[in-house]
Design a binder for this molecule. Structure first.
Ligand SMILES: C[S@@+](CC[C@H](N)C(=O)[O-])C[C@H]1O[C@@H](n2cnc3c(N)ncnc32)[C@H](O)[C@@H]1O
Length: 338
């Protein structure tokens, strides 16, 4: 069998795409893109002085970033190209999440390559195995989903507005860096919120960002386990974003908690990727990432859900449901009302 030149070129282009994101990742995980954006132009030594990063590594990184079109160079000074500017984590619509996803995917692929032999599923701790990735999770998820939330979900799913009108309490279970409550609190001046997450670092981060945005008087963040969640007043809205699939093994317990803690008329709002019914749908380029991610979810002991499975659990505890689909049907928001 001979491999065609066309196939070889196609795979080489894919490899270069992966490498370009790997180079970008180094600049995202350290303040290299941000610093260059601020400085305009700099030689690697100046960049080193400003960031505290090692000169030798920075020299090599600048060469690689130049090769992949992230930097331009004139008279030894480097500056960001349009592509490089797109990876500045603070830029509106930043492409930073793609660089993080790329390196996280490589990590998950490497872990899967050995775990597939024994069937072991080590759980969420695999996410903490790569020091630089862990603190990028929150910013990555916020950069990927906050725009969609503000522009499409908030205006089209009525429960948020209702909660604000009542000066109600929203609880976010598995809140990560707290972006969801923060964005709601900025938009709705009466809404109060409690965010809960198992990772202490996420909680501290969430509290810091709420303070930065001046909404810390209405938002509280607590470290804790979703299974043991408790609050001493009835709740108007319980949200779980990309978190229900983490606790699906204990779904009976989780849906019982929804029912117990919600006010009559209150809602649980579940946002999950919409795992398609038909395998053929996974071939669609917009769903390939989801298919890869589900491999990583398996390592963590989880799997993605179909909206009907979530609805069935709401119905089992006597709650009514509405399903809202976004982004070509790839994102599902399932609202269960008590
Ligand atoms: C994919 S992240 C989503 C984070 C956040 N909701 C967002 O949309 O950015 C899932 C989150 O659920 C949290 N989590 C998973 N299982 C948990 C549990 N049993 N108790 C508390 N938090 C949990 C994780 O720590 C993680 O922050």
């Amino acid at each position: 069998m001979s491999i065609s030149q066309e196939l070889r070129s196609q795979v080489m282009a894919q490899m270069q795409g992966a490498m370009a994101l790997d180079v970008a990742y180094i600049g995202v995980a350290n303040p290299i893109f941000s610093t260059l954006a601020e400085m305009g132009k700099a030689v690697p030594d100046e960049l080193s002085a400003k960031t505290g990063l090692d000169k030798g590594y920075l020299n090599r990184w600048c060469d690689a970033a130049f090769a992949f079109g992230l930097l331009d160079e004139a008279d030894g000074k480097f500056q960001l190209t349009e592509l490089g500017k797109a990876f500045v984590p603070e830029a509106l619509g930043t492409l930073m999440p793609f660089a993080v996803q790329s390196v996280l995917s490589a990590h998950m692929a490497e872990r899967t390559a050995t775990l597939i032999r024994s069937g072991e599923r080590p759980g969420e701790k695999v996410l903490a195995e790569r020091e630089s990735i862990l603190h990028l999770f929150g910013p990555m998820l916020e950069a990927m989903f906050a725009g969609l939330f503000e522009q499409q979900i908030l205006p089209n799913v009525p429960v948020y507005n209702e909660t604000d009108k009542k000066g109600g309490l929203a609880v976010d279970l598995g809140c990560g860096n707290g972006w969801y409550l923060r964005r709601m609190a900025l938009r709705f001046p009466h809404l109060r919120g409690i965010g809960l997450d198992g990772f202490e670092e996420s909680i501290n981060h969430a509290a810091r960002l709420a303070k930065r945005d001046g909404v810390d008087n209405r938002l509280k963040f607590m470290k804790g386990d979703i299974y043991k969640f408790t609050v001493n007043e009835p709740v108007d809205l319980i949200a779980m974003n990309r978190a229900l699939h983490h606790v699906w093994d204990e779904k009976e317990n989780v849906f019982r908690l929804f029912k117990e803690h919600l006010k009559d008329g209150g809602s649980a709002v579940i946002w999950e990727p919409n795992w398609p019914k038909n395998r053929s749908d996974l071939r669609d380029p917009s769903r390939r990432g989801m298919a890869f991610q589900n491999l990583g979810e398996h390592v963590q002991g989880n799997h993605f859900l179909r909206p009907e499975e979530v609805e069935a659990e709401f119905h089992r505890v006597g709650m009514k449901t509405n399903v809202y689909l976004f982004v070509n049907g790839n994102e599902a928001v399932i609202v269960g009302r008590k």
